[in-house]
Write a protein that binds this ligand. Structure first.
Ligand SMILES: *Cc1c(COP(=O)(O)O)cnc(C)c1O
Length: 377
């Protein structure tokens, strides 16, 4: 069976985890957390970076720091993972779902302004498949109405918009290092912000509401409870795994890109025959080969293709069930305007296996089997 995903493993992870154990300190904010944080900061030119226990938690931190209050409205796409909504619901926000663009599956920047009301507090964008949203237009709307912009860049680590790293364009950026993402630590993430004024409040929030980070830097002589907080810092063992991956960024990136290109070139004939659509990357975006998806005619064909590939030993998956159609989505939000593409396009989308340690012979096999799918012939 060819798995849909396997967490990347590049080699030095075990050595670094052993190093953590021999140092005798497993809790957060040690040497490897510092190394990962510096690496992300330098590589992507972020004002501030804090390693977190997940992207979901980074989103929760962003919602808190953006001062989302009960009754505030937050604009976001419905075609996304539940965490994009959850983090804001936790603060009492109402979700206002806006339709996506069929070409990138990202929020349609042209529909956002009409969804703004006097209660709107923030726009949450999702860079689907590591392909950037149209950030210039979105930042302009945010500026005009005084809204915060939060980038769910869970899939967008090491991807760019007009030369700027995703996650560093809005007020806050949220990364995921979950095992299904390009670079991983099992479970983990990072919160990025551009304005350094958030540093102290973010550190307090992440350390149970205490000024412990200041204490460790010697800025105060004892630490104390100074505000609301939770525990959003990952263990050093996880950070050690991640650092081994970040050091090999290029290797992981190149391999994923090789797989992406192979799919893209070899499935072109199916697009020319009108059987599928392949992903589109706008000129403003440099993606990171986070995923390879195809869109087939409809949900029925998709189901048949998944079953067919499974019979050939290949696991393919689909997502997302649009949030506005789920029980919680109905309770916590509403769809703005008409759902022209969100449901229709989500039902056609199928993701093919994509991970660092996937051998190219297997990618070739997946392509050959896909080309032979009876409905495509
Ligand atoms: C993976 C993902 C998340 C959640 O990331 P975790 O690190 O597992 O919390 C959030 N949003 C999107 C778009 C994702 O793909």
């Amino acid at each position: 069976m060819i798995d849909f995903n396997r967490p990347a493993f590049v080699g030095k992870e075990i050595e670094y985890i052993q190093d953590v154990i021999s140092r005798g300190k497993l809790c957060g904010d040690g040497e490897y957390t510092r190394k990962c944080t510096e690496w992300i900061k330098n590589q992507f030119h972020a004002g501030g970076v804090l390693l977190t226990t997940s992207c979901t938690h980074a989103l929760e931190m962003a919602a808190f720091l953006a001062d989302i209050q009960p009754g505030d409205e937050v604009i976001l796409p419905s075609y996304t993972f539940v965490s994009t909504g959850d983090a804001f619901v936790l603060r009492g926000a109402r979700l206002v779902f806006v339709d996506i663009r069929p070409d990138t599956m990202n929020i349609d920047e042209k529909l956002i302004e009409a969804a703004v009301t006097p209660r709107t507090k923030a726009i949450v964008v999702v860079h689907y498949a590591g392909v950037s949203c149209e950030m210039d237009e979105i930042m302009k709307i945010a500026e005009k109405y005084g809204l915060k912009v939060i980038e769910d860049a869970a899939q967008g680590v090491d991807a760019f918009y007009k030369g700027r790293a995703l996650g560093t364009i809005g007020d806050f950026g949220c990364y995921s290092f979950h095992e299904t993402k390009n670079y991983t630590m099992g479970e983990g993430g990072a919160l990025l912000f551009q304005d350094k004024k958030y540093q102290e409040q973010a550190e307090i929030l992440r350390e149970k509401g205490t000024d412990r980070s200041k204490f460790f830097r010697g800025q105060v002589d004892k630490y104390t409870w100074v505000g609301y907080g939770s525990s959003y810092l990952p263990s050093e063992m996880n950070a050690a795994y991640l650092y081994a991956q970040l050091e090999e960024r290029e290797k992981i990136f190149n391999k994923r890109m090789q797989i992406y290109q192979f799919y893209h070139e070899n499935l072109k004939s199916l697009e020319e025959k009108g059987m599928i659509e392949r992903p589109y990357v706008p000129p403003s975006a440099e993606h990171n080969a986070h995923m390879y998806y195809i869109k087939v005619k409809n949900m029925e064909v998709r189901g048949q293709l998944i079953a067919y590939l499974k019979s050939k030993g290949i696991l393919s998956v689909f997502h997302y069930i649009p949030l506005h159609t789920s029980p919680a989505g109905k309770r916590f939000g509403r769809f703005f305007g008409e759902d022209v593409y969100t449901t229709k396009e989500s039902e056609r989308l199928l993701r093919l296996p994509m991970f660092y340690n996937l051998p190219m012979e297997q990618v070739d096999y997946i392509v050959q089997q896909t080309l032979k799918f009876p409905q495509f012939c």
